[in-house]
Design a protein around this ligand. Structure first.
Ligand SMILES: Cc1cc2nc3c(=O)[nH]c(=O)nc-3n(C[C@H](O)[C@H](O)[C@H](O)COP(=O)(O)OP(=O)(O)OC[C@H]3O[C@@H](n4cnc5c(N)ncnc54)[C@H](O)[C@@H]3O)c2cc1C
Length: 350
C-alpha cells in the first residue's frame, strides 16, 4: 500500500458528496456486469477503467470472434457482447470513468478508502471490487530503436477505423490471429497489403492463413529493422531476412503492428493483497484478505476457478453481496431476482 502520498494530495479538494458505496476497478466484461448488479442492489456505484475503451480483453483481443458458451446466447461477437454489457451496466446510472489507471490505495480514518490513479486523480469509496483481469492490457510496441509507441501518425496497433487503410499500401507485422485476420479483412479496401512475420508459421486458423496467402504478399522470416519518415508519417520500412540477412525496403502508407499484448497490475500489487501466481486470492464470498476489498473475474484465484465469462458473472454478484453485507451488517447475502425488481421494472417500462 502506498505511504507518504498525503503531501501530494490536497484533501480539501476531495468532494465528500462523491463518496461511493462501491468502486469497481476494471471495466472488462466482469466489471461491467458487476456494475449492473451493484445498481440492482441499490448501491451508489462507480466504475473506473484504465483504457479509453470499456470491454477489457474482449475489446482488445477478440472483438470479432464469436462467443457461444454463455447460457441462453447461442452466438454473439465479442464487440456485441461488450455493447450489451455497457448498455446493461448503465441501467442504474453509475458513474463510469475511463482513462485512469488506479495505482495507490490509502485507508482513511473514517473507514473509507482513497484511490489514486497514476495520473493523480483521487476517488473516495466505502468498498472496492477489483475486476482487473490480467491488468492493464496494451499492444506490444514495435521494437525498433528510436521508435516511440505513438510516434507516427500512420503507425497503428489496432484498427479503429477501416478508412485509415483505404487505398493505402499497408504493411502488417505479426504472425498471430490479429495479423492474419486484419490482412484478410483489409484486403478488399487497401491498395496493397504485405504481411511480414519473423517465422514461417502463423498462429491462426488454417483457413484464414490459407486465405491470407492467396490474397496478400507474405514475407517470412523477416523482421522490421528500421523505419523512415517525413513529418512524422512513415514512408518506408526496412526489413531484414532473419535467415540470409538480406535487407529489403518497402514503401508504406500505413503500418499495423500486431505483436501481441502485454499486461500489468501496476501499483495494486503493493497493496498487501494475498496473491498466488499473480492472481488475487479470494474466499468463497469473493473477499480478499483486506476487509472492504473484494474481487472477481480473471484476476481472482480459488480452488477450481474457471477463467470464463460465466464464472465472472457469478463472482461479481457474490462480491457485491459481500460488499453490501460489509456496508450494511443486517443485510443477508441473497440472490436478487431481476424478474421481481421494482426499480428495474420502472426503468425498463415493463
Ligand atoms: C482469446 C480469448 C478468447 C476467449 N474466449 C472465451 C470464450 O469463448 N468464452 C468464455 O467464457 N471466455 C472466453 N475467454 C475468457 C474471457 O474473455 C475472460 O474470462 C473475461 O473477459 C474476463 O473478464 P474480466 O473483466 O475479468 O477481465 P478483463 O477483460 O481482462 O478486464 C479487466 C479490465 O481491468 C482494467 N484494469 C486493470 N487494472 C486496472 C487498474 N489498475 N485501474 C483501472 N483499470 C484497470 C483493464 O484495462 C481491463 O479493461 C477468452 C479469453 C481470451 C484471451
Amino acid at each position: 500500500m502506498s505511504k507518504n502520498k498525503e503531501s501530494k494530495i490536497n484533501i480539501a479538494y476531495i468532494d465528500q458528496e462523491a463518496v461511493y458505496d462501491v468502486t469497481i476497478i476494471g471495466g472488462g466484461a466482469v466489471g461491467l456486469f458487476t456494475t449492473f448488479y451493484s445498481g440492482m442492489r441499490g448501491l451508489k456505484t462507480k466504475l473506473i477503467e484504465a483504457s479509453r475503451e470499456l470491454g477489457g480483453k474482449v475489446t482488445m483481443g477478440f472483438p470479432d470472434k464469436t462467443i457461444s458458451d454463455i447460457g441462453g446466447i447461442k452466438e454473439i461477437t465479442g464487440q456485441n457482447l461488450v455493447k450489451e454489457l455497457v448498455k446493461q451496466a448503465k441501467t442504474f446510472d453509475p458513474t463510469i470513468v475511463c482513462g485512469q489507471f488506479i495505482s495507490d490505495l490509502q485507508p482513511l480514518e473514517n473507514g473509507n478508502f482513497r484511490l489514486i490513479s497514476q495520473t493523480g486523480e483521487v476517488h473516495e469509496t466505502r468498498t472496492i471490487i477489483l475486476t482487473l483481469g490480467s491488468g492493464l492490457i496494451r499492444p506490444m510496441k514495435l521494437e525498433v530503436d528510436g521508435v516511440e509507441y505513438d510516434g507516427y501518425h500512420n503507425l497503428h496497433y489496432t484498427v479503429e477505423e477501416y478508412g485509415q487503410f483505404a487505398d493505402k499500401n499497408v504493411l502488417i507485422s505479426g504472425g498471430g490471429d490479429s495479423a492474419v485476420d486484419w490482412a484478410d479483412e483489409l484486403h478488399s479496401i487497401a491498395k496493397n497489403i504485405t504481411v511480414v512475420h519473423r517465422r514461417d508459421e502463423f498462429r491462426a486458423f488454417e483457413n484464414s492463413v490459407q486465405k491470407m496467402k492467396e490474397q496478400v504478399d507474405v514475407l517470412t522470416p523477416y523482421t522490421i529493422k528500421d523505419v523512415q519518415n517525413e513529418k512524422n508519417y512513415l514512408t518506408q520500412v526496412t526489413l531484414e531476412n532473419l535467415e540470409t540477412g538480406k535487407i529489403r525496403d518497402i514503401e508504406v502508407d500505413a503500418l499495423l503492428v500486431n505483436h501481441g499484448f502485454s499486461s500489468e497490475l501496476g501499483g495494486i500489487k503493493n497493496w498487501g493483497l494475498e496473491m498466488s501466481e499473480g492472481q488475487i486470492l479470494v474466499n468463497d464470498a469473493m473477499e480478499t484478505n483486506i476487509p472492504g476489498i473484494f474481487a472477481a473475474g480473471d484476476v481472482v484465484t480459488y480452488p477450481n476457478k474457471l477463467n470464463l465469462f460465466v464464472a465472472g458473472f457469478t463472482e461479481g454478484p457474490m462480491a457485491i453481496n459481500s460488499a453490501n453485507g460489509y456496508l450494511n451488517h443486517s443485510s443477508e447475502p441473497m440472490a436478487m431476482y431481476s424478474t421481481h425488481h421494482e426499480k428495474l421494472y420502472e426503468l425498463t417500462n415493463r
